[in-house]
Ligand binder design. Sequence first.
Ligand code: NAD
Length: 461
Amino acid sequence: MQPDIRTIFGAQKEKVHRKGSLDAKERLERVLRIDSYLRDEKNLQDLYEALYNDLRKPEVEVIATEVGVIQAQISYIKKNLQKWDRDHRVSTPLPLLGTRSYIRYEPKGVVLIISPWNFPLNLSLVPLVYALAAGNAVILKPSEISSHTSAYIRKMITELFRWNEVAVVEGDATVATKLLELPFDHIFFTGSPRVGKIIMAKAAEHLTSVTLELGGKSPAIIDETADIPRIARRLAWAKSINCGQTCVTPDHVIIHDSKKKEFIEEFRSSITELYNRAGTGTEHSPDYCRIINPHHFQRLGSLYQDAIDKGAHLLTGGNFEEDDLFIAPTLLDNISEDMSIMQEEIFGPLLPVITYNDRSEVKDIIRRHPDPLMLYIASDDRKNIQYFMDGNPAGGTVINDYMLGYSNPNLPFGGVSNSGMGKSLGFHCFMEFSNKRSVIHRKWGSLDMIYPPYSDRVLWM
Ligand code: NAD
């Protein structure tokens, strides 16, 4: 039986301080427990069931976007942890002759991970494996909205760890608020910018460091040189996987006017090819997820209705089935900035299409919104690609494809300003959970030459 939050926190603090740092072997052993658990056939079946109940996620997507991503990060940790754990020598400037300098990555201590519902396993366990690789004790609060997967995570962690090493605390904002009263050594939050601000304000009370993995409106620019059939197919998939409930999904398209007609045709036929080959409708495809709950269904319905009421045209999709929480991939044009669909992150399968004639207009459109998590550019023109990147900050950019931003652990993943701070994946994530202690070790010599009395010293510049 797991005790209350304060007892868990106190016991984790005590253990971390009493025991000191775990060596790389012990840390890796903890990380690998998670790997073994996920490889067990029975555990995998339970996970399929949990994610089906939460999002109607197909098994292939459970592997590709949840389990596979976690296992890829675990393999990366396995390959690199010994190296990260070593003291990192740095060069020594001349006045420090006789000393040796290095950086030692130490665990921050007891860390809090708060995760969202859209990739509920991935976005809980990826930060967790890096927190463990860095040697921390962890309290993890998964989302109350993806309740089946959260229960699965709790069962898994309870089987694998003692609560004074890793504990899962389930619950909603009330529980999160209680957790945020505690002086954690780091908070890793994934969720909306709105809640990100609350997290940062609470963390400031204890001067706790934060990683904020947030969202926003990630634009997809398509210029006049783009290969439309390829791009439209990739974009149709990116906007439909997980029913568009993905932080890195393209939020809206900004396309050169000369390519719009072709894009719409190709987008339509791609959706048919991906989800409706039998001709019975996307709603009957076993490969298409559902909206997480009635609240988000209604939120998306309101965005759609507001756009239509203000003059948007429906180009494809537009079917909403509340009983089944189904929304078809939906393209809209004749979009104006006063529509709510252009004022908040969509986070669903609705895709507004905006056209431009001169590339300078693209920058104006993008600058109306805070800096996005991703900026997508579809172009075969090097100068255009550079032009669109210059002066348009984004957490990351993918050129001529979508979604890949969260896939290469050699690259930092995360937002900029309103879309987040701090980075996930690979060494970047290991560092988020580590204190970079700088160490100077004197072997010989001294700084005697600058000690008083100064009357004996000769100044030289
Ligand atoms: P959310 O911000 O509503 O909730 C995230 C977590 O915060 C949940 O565990 C929730 O219980 C908790 N929470 C909610 N209110 C809180 C409060 N007042 N105080 C403390 N904690 C609170 O986000 P969501 O709806 O779960 O997820 C969608 C958002 O997450 C989107 O904006 C999306 O772009 C973003 N997201 C970002 C990434 C990324 O890696 N950058 C990944 C996935 C989702």
